[in-house]
Design a protein around this ligand. Structure first.
Ligand SMILES: [Zn+2]
Ligand SMILES: [Zn+2]
Length: 304
């Protein structure tokens, strides 16, 4: 890995580039770091890429996850380093033909597209997303939501910086730090479930991961722009505003992320499942549910 820089602007996180495949990542200064896509002795046990490179006589599986990777590739192919782009082209052709792919490259393809998924969380018309770090990924599944951050370039001023709510270098717009500044940012409308109760809500990916870590099952996650997602949430809330309170119902077993006591909102019993159709309140949104489903974790499959 080699340091890329210095970049205009500033940031505590640094950007490193893999000398083998060209992929960028963020890292802390002076940390020893490794590429997200190229495998080494630690990462080659991860269960990645086996859908496209099944062992033995297994057939090639186009799972919803692989479909998502292929769509990400189509969308961002021009931003990928040449080496990774070529591997993705092979993955795409192999997947279409149902041909088994070389396992090493299949895992690189999956890992590189997981990095794209992460970058996708920050895409915005005013920003070019430059590099990110997927903590705990791609080797051991989603284990956390923290990372060394994502570096983007604000197109108006050209400064690179850690992605936050707004540019650190441009004067704030009047009315910023409010919904106005957030308006066009990608945002999620989600539905999770725990033992007889649904919870719906809106937020960033970390919010969905938190529910999941606390034991909730992810039912559906839609991605739209902030203002549409807020409006959709309002419509849902409207539906349940007259829900009769049920003081006899014991809900103390619910995950803490569902809220506690008075702060527990948007929690609806199973009975109302049919009224929780997210697609109905948020039309033309992107279905990103697959990104929040548990990944199989295993290390029992030897490299092909
Ligand atoms: Zn690499
Ligand atoms: Zn700026």
């Amino acid at each position: 890995m080699e340091w890329v820089g210095p970049l205009k602007g500033n940031s505590k996180a640094m950007v490193m580039q893999c000398l083998q495949c060209g992929l960028l990542r963020t890292c802390m200064p002076r940390w020893k770091t490794r590429c997200h896509a190229c495998l080494d002795e630690r990462t080659r046990t991860a269960e990645l890429g086996f859908e496209l490179a099944p062992a033995g006589r297994g057939s090639v599986q186009i799972t919803p996850e692989i479909e998502d990777y292929l769509a990400l590739f189509d969308r961002y192919r021009d931003q990928l380093p040449e080496e990774i782009r070529q591997i993705c082209v092979v993955a795409k052709v192999s997947a279409k033909l149902g041909h088994r792919m070389n396992w090493y490259y299949a895992s690189m393809f999956s890992a590189a597209m997981m990095v794209q998924q992460r970058m996708d969380e920050f895409r915005h018309p005013d920003w070019e997303i430059f590099a990110t770090d997927v903590k705990g990924l791609p080797w051991f599944g989603v284990t956390g939501t923290e990372s060394h951050g994502t570096i983007g370039k604000h197109l108006r001023c050209g400064n690179y910086q850690k992605m936050g709510r707004e540019c650190q270098f441009c004067p704030p717009d009047p009315g910023s730090r409010t919904d106005r500044a957030m308006r066009d940012r990608p945002y999620l409308l989600y539905l999770v479930w725990f033992d007889g109760f649904f919870k719906f809500g809106i937020g960033q990916p970390a919010r969905v991961h938190t529910h999941r870590r606390q034991g909730a099952r992810v039912i559906r996650v839609l991605r739209g722009i902030h203002q549409d997602v807020k409006a959709a949430e309002k419509r849902l809330k409207e539906r349940f505003k007259n829900l009769p309170p049920s003081p006899l119902m014991d809900t103390t077993f619910l995950p803490r992320s569902f809220g506690i006591g008075e702060k527990r909102t948007e929690v609806v019993p199973d009975l109302y499942a049919l009224e929780l159709n997210l697609d109905e309140v948020l039309r033309d949104a992107e279905d990103v549910t697959v990104r929040y489903l548990p990944r199989p974790l295993g290390s029992d499959v030897p490299p092909a």
